[in-house]
Design a protein around this ligand. Structure first.
Ligand SMILES: O=P(O)(O)OC[C@H]1O[C@](O)(COP(=O)(O)O)[C@@H](O)[C@@H]1O
Ligand SMILES: [Mg+2]
Ligand SMILES: [Mg+2]
Length: 360
């Protein structure tokens, strides 16, 4: 396709803005700042071990900052001067990031995980990413320009204005929803532009692939055990088909695979978490589960805690963790159903269920 016919991210955003004739352009500018941050992180990731900075005076290599620290700085710096953002919350920062007094404050709140998967994957050169979520700032923040506080960010996922992620894989991609479906952009390394390559991403409703960290199986709750057992039983089990299993330990990469070809991802609440209510799951509601949940729902998939739709959860704290299940709609609905059914209700098939022809 000739370049002139290709949609850049900017052109896509301008087209989307036609739905809101009164829009100021602030929102689009914010997304472009986020995209710029992602491009900068993509470069830092691509340089890997070569990314050592050389001290100009001594010519010696300086100690390199870890990439999650660099990514966090890039996100905060790129988004604090444009006047679109009223405050930020990062997975990497205990406290909120305030827009410095010398910069104008905007109408949106930005929440992000600057380097998802970074803790376990960056050293082994496996795909990592950045996840972001855009919320509206409360009216009094916009009117008064006051500092943001934690309560401003405690909005359910359904209130997100936009969400997305960048994936730093063999190609760098930006996957975005502004509440009107999901679009995927591939970074053209020659132009340094995100080009629309996946205009309307839809998650296949059914699938034969699941992703879960099986080393936690002894801690799984009964509905999760049941779901995985049934998948593993394959053709001869109650599901009547063979499944495959994947675990990259990089949620963004798993989300992308699921958007492209279906599947289900589980990082569920487990029995360790129920004993310790302060840690109900591994992933963070605001920085990870909500943005990925928004993307999944916008692509016709589903995201859930297992017990309720993820986007309906009312957050109680900034760094709240939660059990997360997302992916192909039918599979997530099945897992939710298993959570509703009483323990031991494995009546899926009269032949293979616990209380069945073949079991007492
Ligand atoms: O340790 P586990 O169970 O494999 O957890 C893997 C999960 O942790 C994460 O890496 C958490 O993200 P961070 O790297 O941002 O901490 C997810 O991307 C991934 O799904
Ligand atoms: Mg993460
Ligand atoms: Mg992270």
């Amino acid at each position: 396709m000739p370049l002139s016919q290709r949609f850049t991210l900017t052109r896509y955003l301008i087209e989307q803005r036609r739905r809101f004739p009164d829009a100021s352009g602030d929102f689009n500018a914010l997304i472009l700042d986020v995209a710029l941050a992602c491009k900068a992180i993509a470069r830092a990731v691509a340089f890997g071990e070569l990314g050592h900075a050389t001290n100009q005076q001594s010519g010696e290599l300086e100690t390199r900052k870890p990439l999650d620290v660099v990514s966090n700085q890039v996100f905060t710096h790129m988004n604090e001067w444009g006047g679109h953002c009223a405050g930020m919350a990062s997975e990497e920062m205990e406290e909120l990031h305030q827009i410095p007094a010398q910069h104008p404050r905007g109408r949106y709140l930005l929440v992000f995980d600057p380097l998802d998967g970074g803790s376990s994957n960056i050293e082994v050169n496996v795909s990592v990413g950045s996840v972001f979520s855009v919320l509206r700032a409360p009216p009094d923040v916009i009117e008064s320009g006051r500092d943001v506080i934690e309560a401003d960010f405690l909005q359910p996922g359904a209130a997100q204005v936009a969400a997305g992620y960048a994936l730093y894989g063999p190609t760098t991609m930006l996957v975005l929803s502004v509440g009107n479906g999901v679009a995927g952009f591939t970074l053209d390394p020659n132009l340094g532009e995100f080009m629309l390559t996946h205009p309307d991403i839809q998650v296949p409703p059914e699938s034969q692939e699941f992703a879960i960290n099986a080393s936690n199986s002894r801690f799984w709750e009964a509905p999760v055990k049941r779901y995985v057992d049934e998948c593993q039983a394959g053709k001869t089990g109650p599901r009547g088909k063979d499944f495959t299993m994947r675990w990259i330990a990089s949620m963004v990469a798993e989300a992308h695979r699921i958007l492209m070809r279906g599947g289900v991802f589980l990082h569920p609440r487990d029995t360790r978490d129920t004993r310790d209510p302060a840690a109900p799951g591994r992933l963070r509601l605001l920085h990870e589960a909500n943005p990925i949940g928004f993307i999944m729902e916008q692509a016709g998939g589903r995201a859930s805690t297992g017990r309720q739709p993820m986007l309906g959860v009312m957050p109680t704290s900034l760094h709240q963790r939660i059990g997360l299940v997302f992916g192909s709609r039918c599979e997530v609905e099945r897992i939710e159903r298993y959570h509703r059914e009483p323990a031991g209700a494995e009546l899926e098939s009269p032949l293979f269920g616990k209380r069945s022809l073949f079991r007492a």
